[in-house]
Ligand binder design. Structure first.
Ligand SMILES: C[S@@+](CC[C@H](N)C(=O)[O-])C[C@H]1O[C@@H](n2cnc3c(N)ncnc32)[C@H](O)[C@@H]1O
Length: 213
């Protein structure tokens, strides 16, 4: 699906490059076999590199799924990670994976809707890095809540921002109309939001990297 958006040869070339140092292969295989959406290999490598540069102490993740990106972030940093996953069945698998792979107990997982979890969080709990990868139609609400929970200069990374490329196109897509409309609005709002410096990156189907000013 993504390869229809990026030139197919380029897509394969990048995935091949990025998967050479693949970690947590068991989780990648599980995700592939059970249609669990996890970050692509090129996004995983980008996150690793970013974390090695900024060295965060506290990370917030919205949308854990089975824990793949949490574990990637844990391996690439010394940070404590708080991750939120709404779906109960997915959460059970997440907990199993954390039991097995999070040997330093750096990752704390919350089984709740992100909006309610973020609203009930202590505002003193300031995060240096936040990875948003949950309901695409709620990105604006997540960002507004995350704003109060992050330090100045914190980085916020948002996945799938171009949603398979549809966000950059004018054509009507009945199936994903609402998601595309909401993402377009979100991007326009961020563009003029003085609270952040923003960069739209063409890694996989788009990453939005924000720095809180
Ligand atoms: C793309 S997956 C996350 C993948 C994960 N970040 C990774 O790369 O390993 C999105 C996850 O967000 C969860 N999710 C969706 N809406 C949510 C919400 N409102 N609150 C918390 N989690 C949510 C879904 O259940 C799903 O497991």
């Amino acid at each position: 699906m993504i390869s229809q958006f990026i030139d197919e040869d380029v897509f394969k070339y990048i995935e091949n490059f990025s998967s050479e140092r693949e970690n947590f292969k068991e989780l990648v295989d599980y995700a592939e076999n059970n249609r669990v959406p996890i970050v692509s290999q090129d996004v995983a490598r980008f996150i690793e590199l970013l974390l090695k540069i900024i060295k965060p102490k506290n990370i917030l993740e919205i949308g854990s799924a089975i824990g793949y990106s949490s574990l990637i972030m844990s391996k690439a940093s010394d940070a404590n990670i708080l991750t939120i996953e709404k779906d109960e069945e997915t959460f059970k698998i997440l907990k199993e994976n954390l039991k097995k792979y999070d040997t330093d107990n750096k990752i704390k997982a919350i089984n709740d809707d992100a909006i309610s979890a973020l609203k009930s969080m202590d505002k003193e709990e300031k995060f240096d890095f936040c990875f948003i990868d949950a309901n695409k139609s709620q990105y604006e609400e997540y960002l507004n809540l995350v704003y109060d929970l992050t330090r100045d200069n914190a980085l916020i990374l948002i996945d799938n921002i171009l949603f398979r490329g549809f966000v950059a196109k004018d054509e009507d897509n009945k199936r994903y109309r609402t998601i595309i409309k909401n993402l377009k609005k979100f991007i326009e709002d961020v563009k003029s939001d003085k609270r952040f410096t923003a960069s739209l990156l063409t890694v996989h189907d788009g990453l939005l990297l924000l720095r809180k000013e």
